[in-house]
Design a protein around this ligand. Structure first.
Ligand code: ASP
Length: 310
């Protein structure tokens, strides 16, 4: 049997044991479990890896707990600008959107770019025009409002600083989301969605929608979704680097993923983590931060839902 598998993340960062109340921890684990099982049931029923990662990421985008869709962080202008990408390993088909606002599920728009346009990556006003041509409804700003998120922005407002929302020292919540899957047919897919970094300006785009940086899939090697300080993941072409280490150096999924997160990214000063899956259903979820919201499930039904480095 072709082993199928799925892994998801909800962001990496300063997630230290004991910093979160047991109730919050429970809420995160429940949200991760629900998203994981949504994607997993698609795979179990013979659905595609693409559909599985979409379902899982939509569930995470709809949760206010994570920095994507509903829970997106505030920009320096007090708005929400979201990025998302999806890639399929069989055909190397891909779609990405950036600097979009008012869209409930950016990952669905990314898939529409892949399936319904001649293009791969649409940004800003143009991406919004494309959404409107497909009759996407626009959510009011209030849909994306969250008091904690707003406070994070207030702490940085008027300064040049911007930050990973889950790296705030006092309390860590939220995070970019992503999913990777291998389906019953041996096809891979990766999807990533984010609100970016709190107080970002100048049309800043992170790694999440940049193919090869924060998101990548290739049936020859693996599917990867990253989270962390996006500028470094872009410079390190992190997701593609995992694939290259497997394809050209023959490293295993785990070894390639660890080399990128524990060595190459650290060497240039980047922090964060990634989730990855290969065509044999192997899963890797390394991070060089204190923790990463993550979960995985394979064809044998082994389910993991974790936050810290345990
Ligand atoms: N990588 C994302 C970005 O730089 C942030 C995150 O992972 O939370 O936009």
């Amino acid at each position: 049997m072709q082993p199928y598998a799925i892994a998801i993340h909800g962001g990496a960062g300063t997630l230290v044991k004991g910093m979160m109340t047991p109730e919050k921890e429970k809420a995160y684990k429940e949200a991760l479990t629900a998203a994981l099982r949504k994607g997993y049931s698609v795979l179990k029923e013979g659905g595609t890896a693409t559909e599985a990662v979409i379902q899982a990421v939509v569930a995470l985008e709809d949760s206010p707990l994570f920095n994507a869709g509903k829970g997106s962080v505030f920009t320096a202008d007090g708005t929400h600008e979201m990025d998302a990408a999806i890639m399929e390993g069989r055909s190397l088909n891909a779609g990405a959107v950036s600097l979009i606002s008012g869209i409930k599920n950016p990952v669905v728009l990314a898939r529409d770019v892949m399936e319904k346009s001649e293009h791969v990556f649409l940004a800003g006003e143009g991406a919004m025009k494309f959404a409107s041509s497909l009759d996407y409804p626009l959510e009011a700003e209030s849909y994306f409002y969250d008091a904690f998120r707003f406070q994070q922005w207030q702490d940085l407002k008027g300064t040049d600083a911007f930050q990973l929302d889950h790296s705030a020292k006092k309390d860590s919540k939220f995070g970019t989301v992503g999913a990777v899957a291998c389906d019953l047919h041996g096809n891979l897919a990766a999807a990533t969605s984010t609100g970016g970094m709190t107080n970002k300006r100048f049309g800043r785009i992170g790694d999440s929608p940049v193919l090869g940086a924060g998101n990548y899939a290739n049936n020859k090697t693996c599917a990867v979704s990253c989270t962390g300080s996006g500028e470094f993941f872009i410079r390190g072409v992190a997701a593609y680097d995992v694939s290259c280490l497997m394809e050209f150096k023959g490293l295993s999924l785990e070894a390639a993923a660890r080399e990128v997160i524990d060595k190459r990214l650290l060497d240039i000063g980047g922090d964060g983590g990634l989730i990855a899956v290969d065509v044999h259903g192997n899963i890797a979820m390394p991070f060089n931060t204190e923790g990463m919201y993550r979960a995985s499930k394979n064809a044998f039904g082994d389910e993991k839902v974790q936050i810290y480095s345990d």
